[in-house]
Design a binder for this molecule. Structure first.
Ligand code: NAD
Length: 415
């Protein structure tokens, strides 16, 4: 998936913000690596009766402000380095939104498309069993990420509850089905949040969303929800890229119709009225808004100078390398960083966890209006900081989050 180490990218981003803030070197050293990582190798019985051993990880970056929080990814290219980086980004993301969490992340090295449903269930349960000793509602709370979904969260919650002697622990994972203690609004929260950030950025940049065009890489949970909410704001989606190919139509693509088409045909690539497009062309298209919503390291020194979008909204985690960041800054592109742009997911995960503790559940309107308020406030605060310190939005977001974290670390007596 990546030649550039996501951990090196995360550490470089931290180093730059630490320098600007003149951060205590002990705090800096503490934050360069996760506080705890676990590697597990666990057996899963396959449908044909054989047993396969899978490798998984869980990283807990920091818990100065609260328990670790972050998704679980099922992907053949998951590595310990990637999981560590993702856990670091989660710490800073929670800080940007003022959530009482540190960062966590998990992953299993597996291509889930090769598994049957029952194999997927046994793998999900076995992984949670293997890391059960270090997770829990007050310790570390996983959630969905790439290739994991509410059904998988329900199996994981059930398995953890068995591990705890049969008491149901809904708050051990978020992103669950509603019936198992999930929150209304969680499944589309990341995309909804992305579009709130795009809308706030567009206001500052003078982009009229009713006349704007957007290009999206990735049409999974986050990419498809972002496309749907952007279309509702009046934005014309002219290109969408998926793992098996992309589509382009200058007159616009209706995301709802595309979702229905994919549900029937299993792919977006043959969608009528569009022409094929590859990733290289996608990133360099003439458009107002570019949304990477797939994986890390997509915007690099190799393509950054050819990006024409005025606004780049990082829906994915870590899609831009530090070299590409610099190029985009020089070219005057406005970038909203992942730790702000895609924080809608963890924000509604936080609401879900709070509701699980209260055993009292909010309406969709309550969830969405609280999300709206938090995202608008976070954008305004980071934007103001970027203006005040004359730095990009990523640096401002890191500085804001890091200052908060440093205060918590100091007052706990860790530095
Ligand atoms: P997902 O598995 O639902 O979707 C990912 C999509 O990206 C898939 O449709 C896949 O086909 C596509 N893809 C993969 N490689 C690609 C490539 N090279 N080119 C084009 N498309 C490609 O995962 P998701 O939950 O939508 O996550 C996407 C990104 O958003 C990840 O970086 C994830 O960490 C981040 N994120 C997710 C959430 C969440 O709530 N799910 C929250 C915050 C951040």
């Amino acid at each position: 998936m990546q030649e550039i180490s996501p951990l090196a990218v995360a550490q470089q981003q931290l180093d730059m913000a630490a320098e600007k803030l003149n951060l205590d070197p002990n705090i800096h050293a503490l934050l360069r690596e996760p506080a705890r990582v676990m590697e597990v190798n666990f057996p899963v019985r396959m449908d044909d009766g054989s047993v396969k051993v899978f490798k998984g990880y869980r990283a807990q970056h920091n818990n100065a402000i609260g328990p670790a929080k972050g998704g679980i990814r099922f992907h053949p290219q998951v590595t310990m380095e990637e999981v560590k980086a993702l856990s670091m980004w989660m710490t800073f993301k929670c800080g940007v939104l003022g959530l009482p969490y540190g960062g966590g992340k998990g992953g299993v090295v597996v291509d889930p498309t090769t598994l049957s449903r029952s194999e997927l269930e046994r793998l999900s349960r076995a992984y949670i069993g293997a890391i059960a000793a270090i997770i829990g509602p007050e310790q570390d709370i996983p959630a969905p990420d790439v290739n994991t979904n509410p059904q998988i969260m329900a199996w994981m919650m059930d398995e953890f509850s068995k591990y705890k002697g049969g008491v149901t622990y809904p708050g051990v994972v978020t992103g669950k089905p509603i019936i198992n203690g999930g929150s209304l609004g969680r499944s589309e929260a990341t995309g909804r949040g992305c579009v709130i950030i795009i809308r706030e950025a567009a206001k500052r940049l003078g982009i009229d969303l009713h006349k704007a065009t957007a290009v999206i890489q990735g049409f999974g949970n986050v990419g498809s929800a972002t496309a749907r909410f952007l279309a509702k704001e009046g934005v014309k989606i002219i290109a969408i890229m998926e793992i098996d190919g992309g589509i382009y139509n200058q007159d616009g693509i209706d995301p709802e119709e595309l979702l229905a088409y994919r549900a029937k045909n299993g792919t977006i690539t043959s969608y009528p009225g569009t022409r094929p497009i590859d990733n290289e062309e996608l990133f360099t298209l003439e458009c107002d808004i570019l949304v990477p919503a797939a994986l890390e390291n997509q915007i690099t020194a190799a393509n950054a100078d050819r990006i024409k979008a005025k606004l780049i909204a990082e829906a994915a985690n870590g899609p831009t390398t530090p070299e590409a960041d610099e190029i985009l800054m020089k070219k005057g592109r406005f970038l909203t960083p992942d730790i702000l742009t895609n924080a809608g997911g963890v924000t509604v995960s936080y609401f879900e966890w709070v509701q699980n503790f209260m055993h009292y559940y909010w309406t969709a309107d309550e969830v969405n209006s609280r999300l709206e308020q938090k995202m608008v406030e976070a954008f305004a605060c980071i934007y103001q900081m970027s203006q005040e310190y004359k730095v990009g939005m990523r640096m401002a977001a890191y500085m804001f989050s890091l200052a908060r974290l440093a205060e918590a670390i100091q007052s706990r007596g860790w530095a």
